[in-house]
Design a protein around this ligand. Sequence first.
Ligand SMILES: [Zn+2]
Length: 173
Amino acid sequence: MDLAAVAPGDEEFLLELLNTAPVVDGEPRDALAQPKVARAWMRAHGVASTNAELAALLDARSALQAVVRGEQTPSALQRFLGSVALRPTVSRGGVDWRLTFDRGVGGAVRAVLAWDALRVSSPGRLRPCANPECRLFLIDRSKPNTARWCSMAICGNRMKARRHYRRTHESEI
Ligand SMILES: [Zn+2]
């Protein structure tokens, strides 16, 4: 059975969705707070820019952020998949399986399925930035799996400088 439930770009879509709520200059920001801006973001990411899609997407973002941070168990994601089903269609070539779901949850379903695909293919590699003041996430694609920062240039250097200042003896990875 060939089921392409998760498209190649969906991991990036998930990461970009999770990272739409950064802290900038100490202030929490939300790139999807303004409906007009949010709709443009959705169109750019292949999500239908309807009110229902936006509401489901924001809801899924919060739930996924909490799950990746370990604040909630993955069962918090169940409600986004309630309408998802696999539908077989017989054609000349054989049976094609298609994922179907209710209107208005396409983006949320994509994000949750991408989270699960990552969990299976790259366990533990989607994680929050180790800077406690940063609200961003990263997907660690490095071989040793030791990346800790959303960005070495920003959080990595900042945290190293802080540690150096404190003269602690923590190992620096
Ligand atoms: Zn960071």
